[in-house]
Design a protein. Structure first.
Length: 549
């Protein structure tokens, strides 16, 4: 018996499942990221994306990209179906994209930190829980986000060039990778320049210098990319290509880290340790460079002796520059630094040279150069031993020249850095002496050692003689050339080590005073404040005291 029509079953509506909207989920994710990201990154990104400079730059980027797309296709005409014009179009898009990445973003990073110094707002940030590394990382992260925005705006055009043929996809990625890497490195340089001075007139000078350098880099980048596109021969299949790029990226990363920590040290308060991370990075750079040079000398050049000259010359330049900066540090250690000094025997033996101070910096540079000399002596011994097999290009007659070149390089570094350190200690008796003044003293010393005998040489037009012994460049060239040692080599090899030993001994008492610094205990008040800060950073989970909680 069927049910009446009035009682016909009515299909009940499907139950509505209340799902959060996608927009709400995105808002919650963005809010969570904003709460957990670096606050300087959030602040700088908001200010940058709302600024007139970003709006104008982004609009011009889109306008020029659209204009080049139309004009380029109109210029190619109907041949676009059959020809390979992707490289031509890519060159135009690269110029449009590289200007904001090479010029605008690094200069914006410079101004973001320089403005904090000029307006005095950095002091407000420094009294918060944010450390100097967080501040620099936040501003660098804001620059990276701007790079990504500019890159995303022009990336469809770059994909369009691949469809036009004439340029392959790996080449596009390779060029863009180095473009982003160059922008990132220049942004670190901009931040480093932004920490130099708090005075407005010096900031103007630094702005002019930085803009000139960025424009020069912009032009050089365009020239290199155009040469690579026109040749169309990027050897991705060659193993040497990737080895060379690995070596370049090793140097890039090491110097980026060094400049990052240098910028952090510039804005760190004076009583903190500004040197240890920088010195560790310097030593790591030296070790990486030595490793790459050893691999190339053994695996590729088969003991070519000129490679040892290049290695020693670069190491000498590296440690002279780093030593000129380290010898400008203050010899006094604050109580904050002394509370973190190594106290074990091994720690004091191997880590004391990373402590702040001009004496420890001088000794670190000299010891590193002596280590370089030991590496060269071992290399000469190995090459002489395996000359007939592995080291087929090694010339045993030049073994003495290589050793003499290394001895002369070590002596020059010891002498010039040591004399500069003695002059810096003398100047500190009359007032405050900083790193820039000591670095200037080191440069003036080398210039005097070169120009004074150089003037004598221009007067009498004679060749190399003992008069040029203060000239490190000419002397090292005489010892490094393949025509044999100069006639005055025995006298030079006698006088330079003796004078280097005298200078080193004159600096030794001051170095010994810095080495004798020992760790001091933390005061009770400082220990309590450190415990409170640690508790705020890493709060402990509540513990159960009852099964009913």
């Amino acid at each position: 018996m069927s049910a009446p029509a009035d009682f016909a079953p009515i299909d009940a509506p499907a139950p509505q499942v209340s799902l959060p909207r996608a927009r709400t989920i995105v808002d919650r994710m963005v809010t969570w990221l904003g709460d957990h990201l670096n606050p300087i990154l959030v602040k700088e990104t908001r200010q940058a994306l709302k600024s007139r400079q970003f709006t104008i730059t982004f609009a011009l980027l889109l306008l020029f990209g659209w204009t080049w797309s139309i004009l380029g296709i109109a210029w190619i005409g109907t041949d676009i179906r059959y020809g390979a014009y992707g490289a031509t179009m890519f060159g135009g898009y690269y110029i449009i994209l590289s200007f904001p990445l090479i010029v605008i973003v690094p200069f914006g990073a410079f101004r973001s930190l320089a403005a904090e110094q000029e307006d005095g707002t950095y002091e407000l940030m420094s009294i918060t829980t944010l450390g100097p590394r967080q501040i620099v990382r936040g501003k660098l992260g804001s620059a990276v986000l701007q790079m990504l925005v500019y890159l995303s705006a022009i990336s469809p055009c770059l994909a369009f060039t691949y469809l036009l043929r004439g340029i392959d996809f790996p080449t596009i990625l390779f060029i863009l990778f180095y473009l982003v890497a160059a922008s990132f490195g220049l942004s670190i340089i901009g931040l480093f320049f932004g920490t130099f001075s708090t005075q407005r007139h010096w900031q103007v000078v630094l702005s002019v210098v930085l803009i000139a350098g960025l424009l020069y880099g912009f032009g050089c980048g365009i020239a290199l990319v155009m040469m690579a596109i026109e040749s169309g021969d990027v050897a991705f299949g060659e193993p040497y290509f990737w080895v060379a790029n690995a070596a370049v990226m090793t140097a890039y990363v090491s110097y980026a880290v060094l400049l990052f920590y240098a910028a952090v040290a510039q804005i760190t308060f004076s009583s903190d340790n500004r040197s240890t991370r920088l010195r560790i990075t310097m030593l790591a750079q030296y070790a990486l460079f030595a490793g790459w040079m050893a691999w190339g000398w053994i695996a590729e050049l088969k003991g070519e002796e000129e490679m040892l000259v290049v290695f020693m010359s670069f190491v000498l330049a590296h440690w002279w520059i780093m030593g000129a900066l380290m010898t400008g540090e203050s010899p006094e250690l604050s109580s904050r630094v002394k509370r973190r000094l190594p106290q074990s025997f091994l720690g004091r033996a191997f880590l004391t040279w990373f402590n702040p101070g001009p004496g420890t910096g001088y000794l670190m540079a000299v010891a590193s150069m002596c280590g370089m000399l030991a590496v060269v002596l071992n290399a000469v011994a190995v090459a002489t031993l395996f000359e007939s097999s592995t080291m087929s290009r090694w010339d045993s007659s030049r073994a003495g020249e290589m050793c003499a070149f290394g001895v002369v390089a070590v002596c020059y570094l010891t002498i010039y850095l040591g004399i500069g350190l003695l002059l810096a200690r003398l100047l500190r008796r009359f007032g405050r002496v900083g790193i820039p003044l000591v670095a200037l003293v080191q440069i003036v010393l080398v210039l005097l050692g070169v120009l004074v005998p150089g003037a004598v040489h221009l007067w009498n037009r004679a060749g190399y003689s003992l008069m040029q012994i203060t000239n490190p460049f000419w002397t090292l060239m005489e010892f490094g050339e393949s025509r044999g040692l100069p006639s005055d080599a025995p006298v030079v090899l006698l006088l330079l080590p003796v004078f280097a030993l005298i200078v080193f001994l004159l600096n030794l008492p001051a170095v010994a005073r810095e080495v004798r610094h020992v760790r001091i205990a933390r005061p009770q008040r400082v220990a309590e404040e450190d415990a409170e800060i640690e508790a705020l950073k890493h709060p402990k989970e509540p513990e159960r005291t009852s099964p009913w909680d």
